[in-house]
Structure formats: C-alpha cells, structure tokens
Ligand binder design. Structure first.
Ligand SMILES: Cc1cc2nc3c(=O)[nH]c(=O)nc-3n(C[C@H](O)[C@H](O)[C@H](O)COP(=O)(O)O)c2cc1C
Length: 156
C-alpha cells in the first residue's frame, strides 16, 4: 500500500480542515496516510513516503514560515525524493488574495526535489484554494485532487 504524508500549518483552523478532508478522502482510495502538523514532521521520515500533500494558509501570497522551514530542512534529502508524487493546497482570506502563488511556491520546492506534480483540469488548476474555511466547492476540488493523486502515487 502506498503511503502519503499530508502535512499543514494552520493558525485558525481553515487549512487544517482542508488537510483532514484530503486525508479522509485518501484513506477511501486505499492509500495509507500520515496526517501531521508541519511542525511535528520528523524530516528523517520523508524518504519513507511515496507522496506529499502540503498545505499552508496564504501569508502575503506565499507559504507561512513553518512550512518554509519544513521545506528548507527537507534539503537533507535532496535527490532522495526523486519521482515521488506531490500536491499542495491553501486557504486564503479573500478571492484573489494570491492563493495560487502559495500553491505554486510549495509545488516549486517539490519539483526541485524531483517530485511529480499533476495539474487539475476540473478543479483549481494548481491545487485547492479555499477562501476561509473549506466549503462545498472545496469538497468537490478535494475529491478531484484525491482521485488524481491516488492514481499518481500508485504509479510512483
Ligand atoms: C500574516 C498573515 C498574512 C496573510 N496574508 C494574506 C494574503 O496575502 N491574502 C489573503 O487572501 N489572505 C491572507 N491572510 C489570511 C489567511 O490566509 C486566512 O485567514 C486563512 O484562511 C488562514 O488559514 P488558517 O485558518 O489555516 O490559519 C493572511 C493572514 C495572516 C495572519
């Protein structure tokens, strides 16, 4: 069974709710999931995963610093995560608040790790961007993301 790390930073709970939705949906696709706050991830476990789904609130159009810290520490395993699957998501305060750039900033880091990223045609193209707490729109986007991600990680 493939194993995926779903990790997130969240101060007021919106990104955490998205992470839980994603983790719950992945389990229904027979993927083993570790759901962890980003501050609690042991960086030495990264090579044991087949894929990573990383969430951050939108802070000034990019990820919150605990997520950046996690990513910077992941350099320890540069060239060791090659070919694994990656995806990202965010919650922001307002429509047009810069959420896509948050997702892209996270994805860029995983592309540099050599991870495989799939764009989405039937949801937010780079990954789910909630406005505040996740709503019905985001529930559908999570469904699309998880369906694609479960198939992708199976091919890793
Ligand atoms: C330091 C800081 C910077 C923020 N910057 C933005 C921003 O640039 N654009 C935006 O739409 N929302 C911004 N927000 C709002 C948060 O992204 C939004 O409230 C989000 O839902 C919080 O997620 P959380 O509940 O997981 O902490 C900012 C919030 C904080 C605290």
């Amino acid at each position: 069974m493939k194993k995926v790390l779903v990790t997130y930073y969240s101060r007021s709970g919106n990104t955490e709710k998205m992470a839980r939705m994603i983790a719950d949906a992945l389990v229904t696709k027979d993927v083993a999931v570790d759901l962890k706050k980003v501050e609690e991830v042991d960086i030495d476990t990264l090579p044991s995963y087949d894929g990573f789904i990383v969430g951050s609130p939108n802070y000034f159009g990019t990820m919150a610093w605990p997520v950046k810290k996690f990513i910077d520490e992941s350099v320890k395993y540069f060239k060791k995560l090659d070919g694994k699957a990656a995806a990202a998501f965010t919650s922001e305060g307002m429509i047009g608040g810069g959420g896509d750039t948050v997702v892209l900033d996270i994805l860029k880091a995983f592309l540099i790790h050599g991870c495989v990223v799939q764009g989405l045609t039937s949801a937010g193209h780079y990954g789910p961007v909630a406005v505040g707490a996740p709503d019905g729109r985001i529930a559908k986007e999570v469904g699309v993301l998880v369906e694609k991600f479960a198939a992708l990680v199976e091919r890793t």
